[in-house]
Write a new protein. Structure first.
Length: 232
C-alpha cells in the first residue's frame, strides 16, 4: 500500500503526497516468479521492465513473463517498454495483462499517437525519457498522460547508481504538472533505495521503482518494508 502523506507542505520536511512503491520484477528470481510476486503483495505496483536489445543494450523478457505474472498476482502491472517503435506491441501487452504502459519519447516518432492508443486500450498511459534527454520533450503530452517516469539511470541494466540530477528533474516536472492542474503520477526508476527514497518523495515523486533494493538477500518482503520505513 502507498505510504500516506504526512503534510501538504514540502517545506515542512515531510513527504507532501502519498507515495506508491513499485518493485521491479527484473531483479527477482524468475524460477520462483509466483513466490517472488507474493513476497511483494503489499506493494502498490509490480514494475515490469521490457527491453529489446535495440533501444537499450540488453534483452530482458516480454509477453510470456508478463502473462505469467498476471496469472499469479493481482498487483497493478506497471509495464515500462524500453523497445523500438512500441506502438507495434501496445495491444499485445494490454492483452497480456498490463494495467499501465509507459513508452519512451526517444523510441517513437508518434508519441502523442502512442499515448492515445494506450488510453484507447483502457490502460493508464505513461511517458518517459532518458537522463540525457531534455524534459521539454515530454511537455507537449503532459496534459494527456497519467504518469511521467523519470529515469534516474541510463536504461538497460539493473543495479546502477542513482543520478543525483534526477531530483531537480522531478521538481521541475512537479511544478509543470501542478501548473496544469494534472493528477498525473511522477514515477522514478533507477538506483532508488532507502537512502534516497525520502528525498525523491519530498521533491514530488509519487511512485518509486526499486529492483535490487527490494529483492535483496533477505527477500522481497523485507526489502519492501525497508523502503517503506524510509518514507515515514
Amino acid at each position: 500500500m502507498s505510504v500516506p502523506a504526512q503534510s501538504a507542505d514540502p517545506a515542512s520536511g515531510t513527504v507532501p503526497r502519498p507515495v506508491k512503491l513499485a518493485p521491479s520484477i527484473l531483479s527477482c528470481d524468475f524460477s520462483r516468479l509466483g513466490e517472488e510476486l507474493q513476497a511483494i503483495a503489499g506493494a502498490d505496483y509490480a514494475h515490469v521492465d521490457v527491453m529489446d536489445g535495440a533501444f537499450v543494450p540488453n534483452i530482458s523478457f516480454g509477453l510470456p513473463i508478463l502473462a505469467a505474472a498476471r496469472r499469479v498476482s493481482s498487483l497493478f502491472m506497471d509495464v515500462h517498454l524500453m523497445i523500438e517503435r512500441p506502438e507495434r506491441y501496445l495491444r499485445d501487452f494490454a492483452e497480456a495483462g498490463a494495467d499501465g504502459i509507459t513508452v519512451h519519447v526517444e523510441s517513437t516518432q508518434h508519441l502523442h499517437r502512442a499515448v492515445q492508443s494506450i488510453r484507447e486500450l483502457g490502460k493508464r498511459a505513461g511517458v518517459t525519457l532518458n537522463p540525457g534527454t531534455s524534459l521539454e520533450a515530454v511537455r507537449p503530452v503532459l496534459a494527456d498522460v497519467d504518469l511521467v517516469l523519470v529515469m534516474s539511470v541510463n536504461p538497460g541494466f539493473g543495479g546502477q547508481k542513482f543520478l543525483p540530477a534526477s531530483l531537480e528533474r522531478v521538481r521541475t516536472l512537479r511544478r509543470w504538472l501542478d501548473e496544469l492542474g494534472s493528477d498525473a503520477e511522477i514515477e522514478v526508476d533507477g538506483g532508488v533505495n532507502a537512502a534516497n527514497a525520502r528525498a525523491l518523495a519530498e521533491a514530488g515523486a509519487t511512485v518509486l521503482v526499486a529492483g535490487s533494493a527490494v529483492y535483496g538477500p533477505d527477500g522481497g518482503a523485507a526489502g519492501l518494508e525497508r523502503l517503506r520505513a524510509a518514507l515515514v
